[in-house]
Write a protein that binds this ligand. Structure first.
Ligand SMILES: [Fe+2]
Length: 310
């Protein structure tokens, strides 16, 4: 099901999974629509710069939720406020990122020579607008939409206040950006925390989930634990490549040039090429901090066994 601006997959009578037509240049993600007893709630329905508005005008949700502040998950929220009377909920920990552009800039790219490019990308390409009115939610908050209960699970690391959403009656988990996709987890800003992210991945992996919904990887009903293991395995692979480079005496620049998030840096136009490089440098720094503590296998003693599927 769907139309020109999205694809809709019916998950249950009350829950639909919404995928954008394109996710290029980090400007869209997959989200959810939850409807029961006359109330409609949407999560992360950021379908693209021109697609979110007609979608929201058509759906007219009563409640909108943003999982975390990253542009590809959050810029639709200003369209929501302009298009509908919905109540918007943002993670309490990240409210300032979404309501104070200077704070957002400082916490993402502070001091980088790419600041002007990133500022232009954020405002003019992605369409960031400071939020004036919003409500906040946090770890443990529950949204009850008729018979549907949505439990908010704090899963920091990818961003400081990143949230995942669990439907306990249906055993459905919407992970947001936890890295269950073909590229694996991302932690490219200084405010990311690799240790917290791995901890959150283990917590989600242990949940009794029968349907896994992701922001960038699709919908899964089989092999869910193995998919978490593959996501964790990406982290182990990256750490291994960095340790190998260090053992060979390579400098950070050489190791980053060979790719951290992507095994081979893709050929893309500017400014994305510079952004990819900057994010990989930050991801290298996060790995190095963990390597100096003994590495993933030492900090998370279970990870060797858990990542056996790689
Ligand atoms: Fe994200």
């Amino acid at each position: 099901m769907g139309n020109t601006f999205m694809k809709k997959t019916i998950v249950t009578d009350n829950i639909s999974y919404i995928e954008p037509v394109s996710m290029s240049n980090y400007q869209a993600c997959s989200g959810l629509v939850v409807t029961d007893k006359g109330t409609k709630l949407v999560i992360d329905t950021n379908l693209g710069r021109t697609e979110s508005k007609p979608f929201l005008a058509l759906e007219r949700p009563d409640i909108g939720i943003v999982s975390h502040y990253h542009l590809d998950h959050a810029v639709w929220s200003s369209e929501l406020m302009g298009t509908t009377d919905a109540e918007l909920f943002v993670p309490e920990i990240e409210a300032r990122y979404l309501s104070d552009f200077d704070f957002y800039l400082k916490r993402t790219i502070d001091g980088s020579p790419l600041t002007a490019l990133w500022k232009h990308f954020t405002l003019s390409v992605a369409g960031y607008k400071e939020l004036g009115h919003y409500s906040v939610y946090g770890e443990g908050h529950c949204f009850d939409i008729g018979r549907c209960r949505i439990e908010c699970i704090g899963t920091p690391g990818h961003s400081p206040g990143h949230m995942s959403f669990y439907f306990p009656f249906e055993r459905i988990l919407f992970t947001g950006d936890m890295g269950v996709d073909r590229f694996g987890p991302w932690y490219g800003w200084p405010d990311c925390d690799l240790v917290k992210m791995i901890d959150a991945m283990f917590r989600l992996r242990a949940m009794p989930v029968t349907t896994l919904l992701t922001s960038h990887g699709g919908l899964f009903t089989t092999g869910i634990v193995e998919r978490w293991d593959r996501a964790l395995g990406h982290l182990m692979d990256r750490e291994k490549r960095i340790v190998k480079g260090l053992e060979e005496g390579l400098e950070k620049e050489r190791i980053v040039a060979s790719g951290i998030f992507f095994k081979r840096m893709p050929v893309v136009d500017e400014p994305m090429r510079s952004f990819f490089r900057m994010w990989d440098e930050n991801m290298y720094d996060h790995h190095l901090a963990l390597i100096e503590r003994g590495g993933i296998a030492k900090v998370f003693s279970m990870s060797r066994r858990i990542c056996r599927y790689r």
